[in-house]
Write a protein that binds this ligand. Structure first.
Ligand code: ATP
Ligand code: MG
Length: 357
C-alpha cells in the first residue's frame, strides 16, 4: 500500500483546505504530520517546528512509534549481537539510531524483556543515551535510540590514538554523571561499560549507552546464547564469580577505559606480540595479577590517583561515582572550561560522521 492510499480513520476538524493535504502525510502505521500537527490512532498533538538545536519533536514518553515510521539511511555499526543503522523518522525528519539484535527467545521471556527494556525509556539524564522505544518482532529486538553523530569512543580513539588529560577530565566528568544517574536514580549496574558503549556528538556531549540491554541479555542468555560480550573491562570480582558484584564493578570498567584513553592502548598487555592466546589468559591476569596503574612519569599525580581510586581489586576500596565527581583530577580541569566541541570536530575532520547530520 502506498502513502495516501487510504484516508485517516480518525475524524478531526480541520480547515477545509487542510483536509486534502493531510492524507499525503499519512504513514502505513497511522502516524501523520501536517505542520505543527502530529496525528495517529492515539490522538492529535501539537508539535513545534523542527529547528536545528530545538528539543526533539519525539519524546521518549511518546510511546507511539512504529518501525514503519522510519526510513533506513545507512549502517553505522555492527556489534556482536546485532547491527546499528541510522534511520530517519518520516514525518519529523528527526534522525535516530536503530539497533536490531537477533535473538530467538522463548515466548515467556518476551514480556519480561519488554518490561526490562522499559527502564531504558524512563531515563532522563543528559549523559545517558535516550532509548525511545523497543520492539520484539520475528525473533529480533529493535531499539530506537538517540542518534549520536560522533560515533563511539572506540571509533574516536582509533582516530586520535590517545586523549590529553584536560579533555579526558571533561569527558570523564560526563561519563561519571551518567553513571551516577544509573547507579543512584535507576539503581542499575551497567555491566558492559567499554569504549564502544560511550558515544559522542557534535555538541561535545558524551553519553552512556547499552545499559539495561546487557543486563537483559545476560539474564536471558540461557535462552538466547547469541550474545557474547567482551571480558576486557570486566572487574576481577565479576570474572572470579565468587561473590555477588555491585555498582563498583562499573567503576573498575571506567578506570580501565579512562586509562586506555590516556595511554592509547588497553592497559593489560598480552604476553606475546600476537596478542592473547585465549580469553582465559586475560581473565587470569585480571583476577590474579596486580591492577594496572598510570605511569607517574607521564601523567599528573591527580590523574594517577584517580586511576588508582578506580582500579582497586577489592571493590570496597574503589571510590563511588559521587566521590569520583569531586576527585582532584576532575576538579583541577573544571576551571579551565574545556570545550570539547572543537576537539571532537578536529578529530572528526579526519573521516568521522560528526556534523554530517
Ligand atoms: P558489542 O556488541 O560487543 O557490545 P558494540 O558496543 O560496538 O559491541 P553495538 O552496541 O551493536 O556494538 O554498536 C555498534 C556500533 O554502532 C558502536 O560501536 C557505535 O559506533 C555505533 N552506535 C551504536 N549506537 C549508536 C547510537 N545511538 N548513535 C550512533 N552510533 C551508534
Ligand atoms: Mg554497544
Amino acid at each position: 500500500m502506498k502513502k495516501g492510499d487510504f484516508a485517516p480513520k480518525l475524524k478531526i476538524n480541520l480547515p477545509a483546505s487542510d483536509e486534502h493535504s493531510i492524507s499525503k502525510f499519512l504513514s502505513e502505521s497511522g502516524t501523520f504530520r501536517d505542520g505543527d500537527l502530529l496525528v495517529n490512532r492515539d490522538g492529535v498533538r501539537i508539535v513545534s517546528q523542527s529547528v536545528s538545536e530545538a528539543p526533539p519533536l519525539i519524546q521518549p514518553s511518546d510511546n507511539q512509534l512504529s518501525l514503519a515510521d522510519f526510513d533506513a539511511i545507512k549502517v553505522i555499526g555492527k556489534g556482536n549481537g546485532g547491527i546499528v543503522r541510522l534511520v530517519q523518522h518520516k514525518w519529523t525528519e528527526q534522525f535516530f539510531a536503530l539497533k536490531v539484535i537477533q535473538m530467538n527467545i522463548e515466548e515467556s521471556f518476551r514480556k519480561q524483556l519488554a518490561q526490562e527494556l522499559k527502564i531504558n525509556q524512563s531515563s532522563q539524564c543528559p549523559n545517558v543515551v535516550v532509548c525511545y522505544q523497543s520492539f520484539y518482532e520475528n525473533g529480533a529486538i529493535s531499539i530506537i535510540l538517540e542518534y549520536m553523530d560522533g560515533g563511539s569512543l572506540a571509533d574516536f580513539l582509533n582516530k586520535v590514538n590517545s586523549i590529553p588529560e584536560p579533555y579526558l577530565a571533561a569527558m570523564c566528568k560526563q561519563v561519571l554523571k551518567g553513571l551516577w544517574y544509573l547507579h543512584h536514580k535507576l539503581h542499575i549496574i551497567h555491566r558492559d561499560l567499554k569504549p564502544s558503549n560511550l558515544l559522542i556528538n557534535h555538541r561535545g556531549e558524551v553519553k552512556i549507552t547499552d545499559f539495561g540491554v546487557s543486563a537483559v541479555l545476560a539474564n536471558t542468555s540461557g535462552q538466547a546464547n547469541t550474545y557474547v560480550g567482551t571480558y576486557n573491562y570486566m572487574s576481577p570480582e565479576r570474572i572470579g564469580g565468587g561473590s555477588p558484584y555491585g555498582y563498583r564493578s562499573d567503576i573498575w570498567s571506567l578506570g580501565l577505559v579512562i586509562l586506555e584513553c590516556a595511554m592509547g592502548s588497553f592497559p593489560y598487555s598480552p604476553p606475546n606480540q600476537e596478542g592473547w592466546d585465549n580469553v582465559y589468559e586475560l581473565m587470569d591476569s585480571i583476577v590474579n595479577h596486580p591492577a594496572p596503574s598510570a605511569p607517574s612519569d607521564q601523567f599528573s599525580p591527580e590523574f594517577c590517583s584517580f586511576i588508582s581510586a578506580c582500579l582497586q581489586k577489592d571493590p570496597k576500596d574503589r571510590l563511588s561515582t559521587n566521590e569520583l565527581l569531586t576527585h582532584p583530577f576532575i576538579k583541577m580541569y573544571e576551571d579551565m572550561d574545556i570545550d570539547l566541541v572543537p576537539y571532537f570536530q578536529q578529530a572528526g575532520s579526519s573521516g568521522s560522521s560528526l556534523a554530517t547530520y
